[in-house]
Design a protein around this ligand. Structure first.
Ligand code: ATP
Length: 507
């Protein structure tokens, strides 16, 4: 097992043991691609959503060169008129080319398979799932045997290419990731990722509807409502946080690719000639936001999409990626896309019969234009997982080797108060301190078990500070403050606990 897989396993175990994340409906054997957040995970996820809402909607950063802009929010229904999804292109196009294995019955996204091939044009090829170390190791071992070289020598005898680049006529020579026989992979076929349901009593094509695969379309569908009911003027953004559903073929890597997940999306509307300026602004703003919440810049990578990757209507797109322990390559946390006027044009055409139905007029110049859109689209669950993996720390020299170094804003519990023993007047001093802190921030009180065990529990929950009331407190009125990150201790006056936390946490 590689070091990275080992870390991921430790993280998953801690998340389950301490109630960050559970498998959905585990008592019935679970259900692939669905997850439940436990008490600590719920607080963490809520802190992430609250930080995003506060920093992007209620108190957004100053615009480029001091340009004024406004941000407002919406909270739209999950099921919408299916015409929304026809206009947006999801009904026709929201599909990934999929490859099935006829032998193992597994289904893969074609763009997520890679193939090891030798120099010989007629030789066998070995497929594996691109960001899955175990799958790659297996394929390398099989390929080494076939090419009669050691695993170490394999890279000089072979090359790794994406499955997409292989001519379908050569699929007969590919050994599927878990297959025993060669040639069991089908050619890539489209598969729609939207979950279908029916609205009302009748279940036929007229009542068919979809669970939204993104929150963005609710924002576009309400563009005019928001303009007509508020005083917002271009440039402005509409934000939404909410659930989205995608029937992912191969949900994996813990919560990273789930079938039900939450998004935090902004559609920012601006004049076409300012759109590149706003695109750069949002790209930089979003990157800085992750850094401000403790994601180290060496693991966070903005990746500008190449011309060949861009959607036909898009002028630019940057994926903000993070290096998760489950892969050697960075993976998308958020996409910041320049979408031009594609979405408003599409909804104008489909709902009003006119491409420019959602055009606006510039007050100063009287110019009429369909706004351009910049879309920073982030996944709550992916950032929650990044925050967890970033926070996970292991130091075998500590009494509590596993600890979670959450940024103070994200920490589910900010402080804990412990009487060293549940007698000798210590609880009487500890309880008022606890009540005082609890009024201002999430705080826990614990009087049971040894003090070491109590610190260890708080370390695993990622609680930045613990206050311990001990024998000395009665004599000189001081308490011990114990720091999560280096396990160091200091003493402060018992009346200063709240002030100390406010100062240290910057809250
Ligand atoms: P991917 O290429 O990884 O499937 P995407 O490019 O299709 O992602 P978008 O449609 O741009 O993703 O969605 C915006 C954000 O929503 C993503 O950056 C990600 O954070 C989140 N997201 C998308 N699909 C999933 C999923 N299956 N599970 C969890 N989060 C997701």
């Amino acid at each position: 097992m590689s070091k990275q897989t080992d870390i991921m396993e430790k993280i998953v175990a801690l998340c389950r043991r301490r109630g960050f994340i559970f498998g959905s409906s585990e008592i019935y054997g679970g259900i692939g691609g669905f997850w439940d957040y436990g008490p600590l995970g719920t607080e963490l996820k809520r802190n992430i959503k609250d930080a995003w809402w506060f920093d992007m909607v209620q108190n957004p950063p100053p615009g480029p060169n001091g340009t004024e802009y406004q941000m407002v929010g919406v909270d739209c229904s999950i099921i919408m008129n299916p015409k929304v999804w026809e206009a947006s292109g999801h009904v026709g196009g929201f599909s990934d080319p999929m490859v099935d294995c006829k032998e193992t019955k597994s289904r893969y996204r074609a763009d997520q398979l890679s193939v090891i091939q030798g120099r010989d044009a007629d030789g066998q090829m070995f497929a594996f799932t691109s960001d899955d170390e175990e799958s790659e190791d297996k394929a390398r071992k099989k390929a080494a045997k076939y090419f009669k070289v050691s695993v170490e020598e394999l890279s000089s005898a072979t090359s790794v290419v994406p499955l997409d680049s292989i001519d379908v006529a050569a699929f007969a020579r590919i050994l599927g990731p878990d297959a025993k026989e060669v040639g069991t992979l089908t050619v890539p076929r489209a598969f729609n990722l939207m979950f279908e349901t029916y609205v009302g009593a009748l279940q036929d094509s007229t009542s068919k509807a979809y669970l939204r695969p993104e929150t963005a379309q609710g924002i576009f569908a309400n563009f005019k409502n928001v303009m007509d009911s508020t005083r917002v003027k271009i440039p402005f953004g509409i934000a939404q946080i909410g659930k989205a559903f995608r029937n992912e073929i191969n949900p994996r890597n813990y919560t990273f690719r789930s079938r039900e997940f939450e998004q935090m999306e902004i559609e920012f509307f601006c004049k076409p000639d300012t759109s590149m300026m706003w695109y750069e602004f949002w790209r930089d703003t979003r990157l800085a936001w992750y850094e401000s919440l403790g994601i180290k810049s060496d693991k966070l990578r903005p990746r500008q999409q190449g011309e060949d990757e861009l959607a036909h209507y898009s002028d630019a797109c940057t994926d903000i990626e993070y290096l998760f322990p489950f892969s050697e390559e960075t993976q998308e946390l958020e996409g910041v896309a320049h979408r031009g006027s594609f979405d408003l044009n599409a909804h104008g055409r489909a709902s009003k019969g006119k491409e420019d139905a959602f055009a606006v007029i510039d007050d100063a110049t009287k110019e009429r234009f369909v706004p351009h859109v910049i879309e920073p689209s982030a996944g709550v669950d992916r950032f929650t997982l990044a925050a967890i993996t970033e926070a996970y720390s292991f130091d075998e020299n500590r009494a509590s080797p596993e600890f979670m170094k959450f940024h103070p804003r994200l920490a589910p519990i900010k402080a804990a108060v412990f009487p060293l023993v549940a007698k000798d007047g210590m609880p009487e001093i500890a309880e008022p301190i606890f009540r005082d802190i609890k009024k201002r921030m999430p705080c826990q009180y614990d009087a049971k078990q040894s003090i070491g065990k109590r610190y260890a529990r708080m370390d695993e929950a990622g609680t930045p500070f613990c206050f311990t009331i001990d024998g000395q407190t009665k004599d000189d009125g001081t308490v011990t403050v114990r720091h999560r990150d280096d396990a160091s201790q200091e003493r402060i006056d018992k009346s200063r606990c709240v002030e100390y936390l406010q100062d240290k946490l910057g809250l």
